[in-house]
Write a protein that binds this ligand. Structure first.
Ligand SMILES: Cc1cc2nc3c(=O)[nH]c(=O)nc-3n(C[C@H](O)[C@H](O)[C@H](O)COP(=O)(O)OP(=O)(O)OC[C@H]3O[C@@H](n4cnc5c(N)ncnc54)[C@H](O)[C@@H]3O)c2cc1C
Length: 415
């Protein structure tokens, strides 16, 4: 793999960009791999990358039914933060944030990580108490966050209406290291690095069956034929239940859409990320000038990748009352992805009832920020067969044992 650098850009500029090579190959599947990763979203690609980089396992295929990054990892609003309440969540999201901070250098790919600061608005007394509690918890976890006043919120976000008609802003939880990244670049950077290690990324190839023998995984059936494997890592977000069923067990996951939309591009008006979890809307501005907007999940459960008008309308209502200038903007496009939601709103990185088959899912509305940490923890689980300290709390067993990691109710946060 040729390194990307300023010198490479200058060299290619001199020869009409004729020397760039393809970022990854389009190989035919081999008969057998040591590890097959199903799902070329960010989490699957990161799992493969750290399997190769940290554990030296490079005979790996990543199998994707569509195109790489075509699932939620290419559809999200790219919020990155690690200000979680529970210790287990804070540990894995902070690991991810630390990896994000060095990811462009590590992958030799500009992932456009932008730590521009992130605010979570408190608009009720309950949220004030909750976020202050999170600040104290984060201090104990070694994660720097702070409580800021409503006046400081207004200073950081001049377009906000802090005296909103329903819920005035009372203050905010602020994480200066939080921000955004470029979702496609994260997927493409990991994919290019995996390919450079000799791994096969096989796109347009759907896994249609999982072969087991005496309770142990043997391989997968796909639309490009059967492929054997020593170990199987299933990282398919909203389709986790479908893949688990192929192997004969059920997952405690619900699948439902989450949508987002962007406005026409305008001059810079907001240089932080703001989440308002009570009225449920969030906002940032892309480098192109579009306002990137979103809200809560859609019900009922389905696989439509679109979302409903009702949620769109409710979220727009919340956005307009919080940032009145939005009422003057045209919206450019809207899209949806399929969320994988667990009962405690925390992820699953786990062994399964089938030996040598592992699942990484349940990231729901907040998994973009977790990609490097999840890939790191999942790679360790797959390589060693046992979870390391980051993954251990997120096993499937917790649902049987009632050992929940309840971020949603405890912290009242979404993305
Ligand atoms: C609108 C929206 C906004 C979001 N905003 C944020 C945010 O701001 N911050 C944040 O942290 N997170 C956000 N998220 C959540 C985040 O995008 C996801 O949690 C994360 O991308 C999940 O990554 P993944 O790799 O697990 O799944 P995916 O990226 O969905 O990848 C799974 C892949 O598996 C493939 N697959 C499925 N079934 C099969 C099969 N049978 N065979 C082969 N391949 C298969 C799919 O095609 C897919 O490409 C948002 C999500 C959406 C939809």
């Amino acid at each position: 793999m040729r390194r990307y650098s300023i010198f490479a850009i200058a060299r290619e500029a001199m020869r009409y960009h004729s020397g760039w090579e393809r970022a990854w190959r389009a190989p035919e599947p081999k008969k057998r791999y040591d590890v097959i990763v199903v799902g070329a979203g960010g989490h699957g690609l990161a799992t493969a990358y750290y399997l190769g980089k940290v554990h030296g396992i490079k005979n790996v295929a990543i199998i994707e039914k569509g195109w790489l990054g075509g699932g939620n990892s290419g559809r999200n609003t790219t919020i990155i933060r690690s200000n979680y309440l529970q210790d287990a969540s804070a540990a894995i999201f902070e690991k991810a944030l630390q990896l994000y901070e060095g990811l462009a250098k590590d992958l030799n790919y500009n992932v456009m990580f932008s730590p521009r600061g992130l605010l979570m608005l408190a608009q009720s007394e309950h949220e004030v108490r909750g976020y202050k509690r999170t600040v104290y918890a984060n201090a104990l976890q070694g994660i720097e966050t702070e409580w800021i006043s409503r006046e400081q919120v207004k200073d950081l976000v001049p377009i906000i209406n802090i005296d909103g008609p329903r819920y005035p802003v009372l203050g905010a939880l602020y994480q200066a290291r939080g921000g955004t990244g470029r979702h496609d670049a994260v997927n493409w950077g990991y994919a290019r690095a995996c390919d450079a290690m000799g791994m096969d990324i096989i796109q347009q190839c759907e896994v249609t069956g999982i072969r087991t023998e005496n309770g142990e995984v043997r391989g997968v059936d796909t639309t490009k034929g059967s492929i054997d494997c020593g170990k199987l890592a299933v990282v398919v977000s909203g389709h986790s239940g479908v893949l688990a069923e192929m192997a004969g067990f059920r997952m405690p996951i619900e699948s439902c859409p989450l949508q987002a939309w962007v406005s026409e591009p305008i001059k810079p008006v907001i240089d932080v990320v703001v989440m308002a979890n009570l009225v449920h809307c969030y906002i940032s501005q892309s480098d192109k000038g579009e306002l990137v907007l979103g809200g809560g999940i859609d019900h009922p459960n389905n696989y439509s990748q679109r979302g409903s008008w009702y949620t769109l309308e409710e979220t727009t209502r919340a956005l307009v009352e919080t940032y009145p200038i939005i009422s003057r903007l045209k919206m450019l496009r809207q899209w949806g992805g399929i969320m994988d939601i667990t009962g405690d709103h925390s992820p699953i990185i786990s062994k399964t009832p089938v030996r040598n088959m592992f699942m990484d899912c349940g990231w729901g509305t907040g998994g973009f920020k977790a990609i490097p940490g999840s890939g790191w923890a999942m790679a360790e689980l797959v390589a060693k067969g046992e979870p390391g300290p980051l993954a251990a709390p997120f096993s499937l067993e917790r649902f049987r044992e009632g050992r929940f990691i309840d971020e949603s109710v405890a912290a009242g946060v979404a993305h």
